[in-house]
Design a protein around this ligand. Sequence first.
Ligand code: NAD
Length: 249
Amino acid sequence: MSTLNSKVAVVTGGNSGIGYATAKELKNLGATVIITGRNSEKVKNAADELKVKGLVADVSDLEAIDNLINQIKNEFENVDILFVNAGIFQPAPIGQISEEMFDHQMGINFKGAVFTIEKFLPIINNGGSIINLSSVNAYTGMPNTAIYAASKAALNSYTRTAATELAPRKIRINAVNPGPVSTPIFSKTGMPEEQLNGFAEAMQNRVPLKRFGKPEDVSKLVAFLASDDASFITGGEYNIDGGINVNPL
Ligand code: NAD
């Protein structure tokens, strides 16, 4: 794969899981990497480990994104790669969907992604690449995930339209749909451990390849889409899911 030398890459939610692995991969391929996250201590620790720049910004706070852009502009001017990765997973059965959960999950996974891109656009170089971290969950009908799934389906729909609008600037935009990947996202749901284990087992059983993905599985696909090797790819969605999309039930 071609290197990412001389490219500046931003990874939102880069202090954990898939974002962390991708920041590492992009850096190994030669990019200058900036990770962002909500928690200043976690961002600093991850940035120190990865030897990259770490900046704090909650993607559901538009003013915080403005501050982030100003800091990046001052130090790096423009960026070439934007990995829109920050997201949360809050399962709830239909009938128990609260307005607070709806707004929070949509606010980060969809609105947060849209306004991250909206605000970064003026500083993305022509020829740049945006990768939205979606989920195969948008299509699998997995019980208790209606709002999470809808937030990712909305992101995929947005990605297609954005691809046509951004093409004149030669900015490519694609979505990546992972299946279950071993990251801290599940323990952050607040589910009791026993329920969490049962949920993980049920999910793994539905994956034809019978395992959870690793963050590094996803980071390699994201790095490819970020690179000039993918220069004819835009408006696409790429499943990386052990085959769960063809084995939904
Ligand atoms: P993770 O919890 O390890 O990482 C999520 C990252 O997003 C963290 O760095 C977190 O701080 C950040 N984040 C969350 N809310 C934020 C906010 N408001 N502002 C800024 N940063 C915020 O989980 P992960 O699994 O690595 O998740 C990364 C992405 O992958 C998410 O968008 C998630 O929906 C998606 N995804 C995960 C899986 C999976 O099975 N792990 C599957 C499909 C899609």
